[in-house]
Design a protein around this ligand. Structure first.
Ligand code: PLP
Length: 450
């Protein structure tokens, strides 16, 4: 760890060791300490670290050209990555707009939606409804759609205040409904909100099909997804899936929408799409949306680094690795193993109140009481303490305060899609040791093995 003051700043002053190198699911700091990358960074490094095939393809591209501005040249990597992406997406999502990150992908999605409404002669449509809690990025447009108070509140006066509906947190509901009925109940909240806002003013609904940082791998009941699609169609509202975290195979399908047979109108991708080899993202839509915009003069939007050949060569190599190593089905299979191991933790730790997820996007949430699902006291600072205890023991996890960011603690477990069952067990051993340490420190009961 550096002892001299740093000129670099991020969100906070959390001191961290220097990274030396990555290899598969492991990262090493400069003292030689090894860490299991239990969350693929921030759900990014889907194919693991230092994949030699990807590095070789990037090097070959680097030797030719690292940058060619998109208004001056077409490039093979960007054309090939767009074609490959279209081929891997559900049918009809075949026009690809490159960006360099998730917030940019979301911003591009909503601006594309707006221009589509304009060319359709529907100028009155501009409101994008999203969910609370949710996370869609930190640029002001994406933040306005984000339902996570600690990050959004200071900037409220600078934003328009887009409408929100409740995310389908059915695991907290204490009613007599079935899960399917609860899913429909949450979907109807969208319909009510559209009517309250005035359907002619509503442009789009934006959702994470499986929740990310703000809800901790929240999965809605199956009934929710189809009903949301129907409601959007009923009012001519575009359905945008933010698959920045869930896309590129993370949940066991190329995009999570495929689990429910949904074709969104627009999809935002990033994170695992570049898998940490290059800053990369994409906004994907159908020709039905894109062509009329281009016919009417073009998409009034773009980023300088978009579609640069080096990032696209990395992205293309990443998608090739996903296919060649069957990583999407490995995510599905290893996701089942991981989820059952996490469920097993509930026997030992009464303070784990819920386990959820899809594929290799999984999470567990702490509670003080499983019946009421009340969170642990905030003073315990569980969300940061467990992460630190695991980090000390060589396991990287990712936590946030669930319930809108003010209370509750969830922990994401989302290793690279190359993980094996033996490596899941290695990860679980460190996690169990960390949970034991947390329980001791916080004075929480642990059930001893029968
Ligand atoms: N959307 C989702 C679902 C995310 O999880 C994130 C990042 O965590 C973003 C958007 C924003 O991506 P970025 O941080 O690359 O701008």
């Amino acid at each position: 760890m550096t002892t001299t003051p740093s000129h670099l700043f991020y969100q906070s002053r959390t001191p961290r060791p220097f990274l030396d190198r990555g290899e598969g699911i492991y990262l090493y700091d400069t003292t030689g300490k090894r860490y299991i990358d239990g969350t693929s960074g921030a759900m990014v490094s889907n194919i693991g670290h230092s994949n030699p095939n990807v590095l070789a393809k990037m090097k070959a591209q680097m030797d030719k050209a690292t940058f060619g501005y998109r208004l001056h040249f077409r490039t093979e990597p960007s054309e090939n990555l767009a074609a490959k992406t279209a081929a891997m997406m559900p049918e009809g999502l075949d026009r690809v707009f490159f960006v360099s990150g998730g917030s940019e992908a979301v911003e591009s999605a909503i601006k594309l939606a707006r221009q589509y409404a304009i060319v359709q002669g529907q100028e009155s449509r501009w409101k994008v409804i999203s969910r609370f809690p949710s996370y869609h990025g930190c640029t002001l447009g994406a933040l306005d759609l984000t339902g996570y108070d600690p990050l959004a509140r200071p900037f409220d006066p600078m934003m328009r205040g887009m409408p929100k509906v409740a995310a389908p947190v059915t695991y907290l509901d204490r009613d007599n409904l079935s899960e399917e009925e609860r899913g429909l109940k949450y979907a109807e909240m969208l319909r009510d909100e559209i009517i309250a806002q005035g359907p002619e003013t509503v442009l789009a609904f934006l959702m994470e099909p499986v929740g990310g940082a703000s809800t901790g791998a929240l999965v809605a009941p199956d009934s929710y997804y189809g009903r949301i699609r129907e409601i959007c169609d009923e009012f001519g509202i575009l359905l945008i899936y933010d698959e920045v975290m869930t896309g590129a195979g993370r949940t066991g399908k190329f995009i999570a929408a495929e689990h429910w047979g949904i074709t969104p109108d627009i999809v935002a991708l990033s994170k695992g799409f570049g898998a940490g080899y290059a800053p990369l993202g994409a906004t994907v839509a159908g020709a039905r949306i894109v062509e009329p915009i281009l016919d009417a003069g073009g998409f009034l939007h773009g980023f300088t680094y978009a579609g640069n050949p080096l990032a696209c060569s990395a992205g293309l190599a990443v998608l090739e690795e996903l296919e060649e190593q069957n990583l999407v089905s490995n995510a599905a299979n290893m996701g089942d193993v991981l989820l059952s191991r996490l469920h097993g933790l509930m026997d030992r730790y009464p303070f784990i109140g819920h386990v959820r997820g899809k594929g290799l996007l999984t999470a567990f949430e702490f509670v003080s009481d499983r019946d009421t699902m009340d969170p642990l006291p905030t003073a315990l600072n569980a969300h940061s303490r467990l992460v630190e205890l695991a980090y000390e023991r060589g396991l990287i996890t990712y936590s946030r305060r669930t319930r809108g960011g003010t209370a509750g603690d969830h922990f994401l477990v989302a290793p690279p899609l190359i993980i094996t069952e033996a490596q899941i067990d290695e990860m679980m051993a460190i996690l169990t040791d960390s949970l034991d340490a947390f329980a001791r420190e916080a004075g929480l009961d642990v059930e001893s093995a029968a």
